[in-house]
Design a protein around this ligand. Sequence first.
Ligand code: BJW
Length: 279
Amino acid sequence: MRVPRRRLRLARYKKHRRQIHQRFRQHLFALDRLCAHTSGPLPKVVVLTGAGISAESGIRTFRASDGLWEEHHLEDVATPEGFARDPQRVQDFYNERRRQLQQPEIQPNPAHFALAKLEAALGENFLLITQNIDDLHERAGNHNIIHMHGELLKVRCCDSGQVLNWTGDLTVDDRCYCCQFPAALRPHVVWFGEMPLQMGDIYQALSEADYFVAIGTSGHVYPAAGFVQEAASRGVKTVELNLEPSQTESEFNEKHYGPASEVVPAWVDGLLQKIAYPA
Ligand code: BJW
């Protein structure tokens, strides 16, 4: 029997109550500190996250030796051609990941919470672009998010493009009834050869940013891998936070290597210090 999502969320809240309240106090503290000390305008920060930020939450990355592409051919499960050939195989791939995402042990980690704290402090000057299709940033408390490669807990009508929330398994027999004729549904994700979402908003934000920070992404997949060059060409300060140097490591001005749960909170605290107490 399936446990209702609301009950799962309540159980999670009860289990992690102290941690959640502590994070909330941290947000308020970050805001207070900034309000009290900041005299100049707040910097505009654009953050790009990849699979590495969710690795310590128990979600597999793609290109590691134990990554998803070791077990699945990306041509089969992450291309429109693969979906046309064998939709059931693709649905199975995403159904399994959708189920896993909703397991109680999958929770945001300190790196996700640090970005929520940064957004709480910077407000509209903060934009989070994520390549991840999980919802861990939302659960940590971020709001200003672009999911450029889509979202696992949503599906899309193959005819109209209408997007629906979806927490259960998706089958090849499920239909969307938004149009005159029932239509097939597909995962709301961006596959190779498809245009990532909200690219206009992303390039606009990159052109206006003071900082561009890439976290836990290998730099293999475009257009996301090209954002650092785009930002650098406009004089934006660029920062890489990763377990190890990415493909595009040489493009970044500042780099910190280690697990996201350590390097991200440290970098965020350093930035908040710099804003609150400028040299
Ligand atoms: C940690 C950590 C810890 C681990 N702490 N860090 C030739 C040249 C240039 C471009 C192309 C080309 N041929 C084709 C293209 C374009 C193509 C592309 O880039 N291909 C490359 C493979 C070459 N791109 C596209 O097709 C994109 N669309 C596009 O370009 O549109 C324009 C266009 C349209 C039409 C026609 C022509 C052009 C779409 C890309 C879609 C990507 N989709 C996927 C799957 C869907 C979502 C899903 O199923 O989840 O998105 S692929 C997969 O890769 C997923 C990810 O979002 C994406 C990026 O992966 P990511 O996040 O970087 O993960 P990993 O595993 O690679 O790296 C993990 C990192 O974490 C590592 O660096 C670790 O060190 C680190 N890490 N543990 C900190 N604890």
